[in-house]
Design a protein around this ligand. Sequence first.
Ligand code: GCO
Ligand code: MG
Length: 422
Amino acid sequence: MAITLRDVRAICTAPAGINLIVVKVETSEPGLYGLGCATFAYRHKAVACLIDDYLKPLLVGREVARIEDIWQTMNHNAYWRNGPVENNAISGVDMALWDIKGKMANMPVYDLLGGKCREAAAVYRHADAPTLEGLAEKVRAFMSDGVRHVRVQWGGYGGKPVREYAPVPNTQPSLLSGAYGGKEVREFAPVDMQDGVYYDPDGYVRSSVILFESLRKELGYEIELLHDVHERIAPSEAIRLAKALEPYRLFFLEDILSPEQGEWFRQVRAQCAIPLAQGELFNNPHEWERLVADRLIDFIRVHISQIGGITPARKLAAQCEAYGIRTAWHGPGDVSPVGHAANVHLDLACPNFGIQEWSGINDILMEVFPGSPELRGGYVYLNGKAGLGIDLDEKLAAKYPCDGGVTRWTQTRLPDGTSHQP
Ligand code: GCO
Ligand code: MG
């Protein structure tokens, strides 16, 4: 008799202080269940409601083996498709069904996907510091741990927030001197500014060139360096920055443009050969279609739950393979360990894997999610168990409730007070 879906439930938990949403799918077979990641940290109640109130009644009684059909059914059911709430909810169920299928076959998900192309996934780690000395030190510490790829940020996305730090001066400070000079941005701003996180795109662009010049002088070229612009600059500034950073041989430069400004990639490409990574905000296939087919980026970096789970991600990986584009799935703190596990299963199975972002899974998360992928040196490893190989201690998860408050860090503003994407 076919195994059917008995229950679907959203579990919200924040063991590391970040809201996570995990979906548990239970089946007609006693003890057989699967887990999936549906994390949309800033709207977790909306995703949970969609799972519990809309997807559960749609899915109960369906045959769990039919992943593709269930994915298509979920995608069509609300008539209007895509978007982060819808796609994350779909992803939660989709990953859980892959987990279940792996358990049914007694195979890890990477085996269902064609088998390992490599033993572990190379990762890049995050180094961020307010001074260049501090940053170089953090990179060196990673290097001595065996890490070969490090993303470097001088004071967070978009540089140091200008309300707390002054903009960069025109004159180049002595290498590794660290401190930004210049005036408090408030002096240039209109009076009565609204609350928000203010930053200065021009100061940020200039400081980023200084950052790479000094790090390369300090560390040489053996270490791979990456950087995330986080779509904080205007398109013409993006071209200027990409050209200026080209000599420093970045592994990749990420999100120099917002998804809405993707057409500008043609001009960036025409003017320099810096490797480009893009995609964490994508949730509609139209957003990557031209970038892939016209070879305008080098790394696809979607947030797998944000596009709807493993089912669309494995197709996207294959689509990119045909065009020489490598994968670099999004792996920040607002992906649950279940989502990180899904990333790594794809990393091991896809020939065109590039690199895996690894923000780290701390000890509390490891306890709540036994079987999480593990970092050793510059690589992350899976445990070889059937399915995604990861579990959830629900009792422990319940001890870390999610925060439903207003998100502050995304209230980003330009020096004149204009609201800007974060
Ligand atoms: C990254 C990302 C993240 C996002 C975060 C949004 O490349 O790691 O840009 O840090 O900002 O996931 O919540
Ligand atoms: Mg990013």
